[in-house]
Design a binder for this molecule. Structure first.
Ligand code: NAD
Ligand code: ZN
Length: 367
């Protein structure tokens, strides 16, 4: 159990195998008092096919019916069109501000449902049931919700915290290995940005994590959630540097995702893995860490089967084109953008003196 303690309102994140089977119990406080006739569950179609029966059995045992709403898997569902369809559906069901909507799926469904609930009647409740490793360690906790705009990813959104997060590690057994590794990149990120010992532990246990060992998954995910909870409690709206550190590897990664079209060619987590290697090597170039340390980062990620060399992507662009994608970063301004660099392994900081021209030259060497 991890509590996310915020000034306004706190909530609980539970991590463990089998939580979906007792969801009716765990979520009792968000159903019973409101006399909800049936429970609205918005589900990623794959998650519903694989896990829907378990969830349904749990709620049925407590006498609740479920109203399912299916979302087509994929980033394309974080759209205005899907948001409109979903909010219309919830309004037709007669949702009130005190109701809770359940989100079953990965970050796509969590971000979409969270944003829908942020704006429905100026804010109704929601419960996250994350079913991917990435969603369990990152996107389901912290209250960032968003859909995509034609100008870029996650540009339309709101801060809206869930009332409860149930991360059932047994869900991950059916996750495609490539998605599992992509989530593992975000796990490494927590170690690299703030806990060198944890980074080493993840390196040692990456095989057990990828093999879905429930015990290892539980301690690893709970550790990540604990770190995220502390960071979010300190800096809920990313107005200080604390929460920005979670973007380690993401500025480089985002440029690579943009260049490859935000699709299957490069998953978000894979882009983050490459981005962390680039951030480490860029930190070495600025004499913050040693080149050996930077290569240690790359080696650990490579051992977990993650990509570490952007030259292998076969991109048809130069460093300036990649740096240009960074200009659209939410925090970009003038010729510089804040970059998360490493003072040492396990200690990241926000550098404000990085020029995009420097980054472009560095990327040219890496391509
Ligand atoms: P996703 O939601 O697209 O899920 C990945 C794939 O796994 C999908 O095909 C889905 O159908 C499938 N799937 C889900 N659960 C499954 C299961 N248990 N078994 C088998 N297949 C399953 O991707 P994701 O990586 O979870 O999330 C990515 C999204 O999260 C991006 O849109 C990103 O912007 C967002 N994100 C948000 C935050 C935040 O703080 N809000 C943080 C990081 C990422
Ligand atoms: Zn990420």
């Amino acid at each position: 159990v991890v509590d996310v303690a915020l000034a306004g309102r706190s909530y609980r994140v539970r991590v463990g195998a089998g939580l979906l089977d007792v969801a009716h119990c765990e979520a009792h406080a968000f159903i019973e008092p409101y006399g909800m006739r049936s429970i609205p569950i918005v589900a990623d179609a794959n998650a519903k096919r694989l896990l829907g029966e378990r969830l349904q059995a749990s709620f049925r045992s407590a006498g609740h019916a479920i109203d399912w709403y299916e979302v087509t898997p994929g980033e394309g569902s974080k759209s205005w069109a899907e948001l409109e369809r979903l909010t219309d559906w919830l309004l037709t069901r007669g949702i009130t501000r005190s109701d809770h909507v359940f989100a079953l799926g990965g970050g796509v469904v969590g971000d979409l449902v969270g944003f829908a609930c942020a704006i429905l009647k100026r804010g109704c409740g929601f419960v996250q049931l994350p079913t991917t490793l990435l969603a369990q360690v990152d996107s389901s906790v912290g209250g960032k919700t968003a859909i995509n705009a034609s100008a870029g990813k996650n540009l339309i959104g709101a801060f809206h915290q869930p009332s409860l997060v149930l991360a059932d590690t047994s869900c991950l057994a059916t996750l495609p290995p490539r998605e599992m590794r992509a989530g593992l990149a975000e796990v490494f990120k927590y170690g690299l940005l703030g806990d060198a010992e944890f980074f080493a532990r993840v390196d040692e246990s990456s095989e057990a994590i990828l093999a879905c060992d429930d015990g290892v998954l539980e301690t690893t995910i709970a550790h990540c959630v604990g770190m995220k909870a502390r960071i979010v409690a300190e800096d809920e709206r990313e107005t200080k540097d604390a929460r920005a550190l979670l973007n380690l590897g993401h500025t480089f990664g985002h440029a690579l995702e943009a260049e490859t079209g935000f699709g299957d060619r490069l998953l978000h987590g894979e882009a983050v893995a490459l981005g962390m290697v680039l951030a480490a090597r860029f930190s070495a170039r600025r004499d913050l860490i040693s080149l050996a340390d930077a290569e240690n980062v790359a080696d650990a990620l490579a051992r977990a089967g993650l990509p570490t060399e952007i030259s292998a992507l076969g991109l048809d662009c130069d460093g300036a084109a990649l740096a240009d994608h960074m200009r659209h970063d939410k925090k970009a301004g003038g010729g510089t953008i804040p970059f998360i660099l490493l003072r040492k392994l396990g200690e990241a900081y926000v550098a404000r003196d990085v020029s995009l021209a420097d980054v472009a030259a560095f990327m040219d060497e890496q391509l």
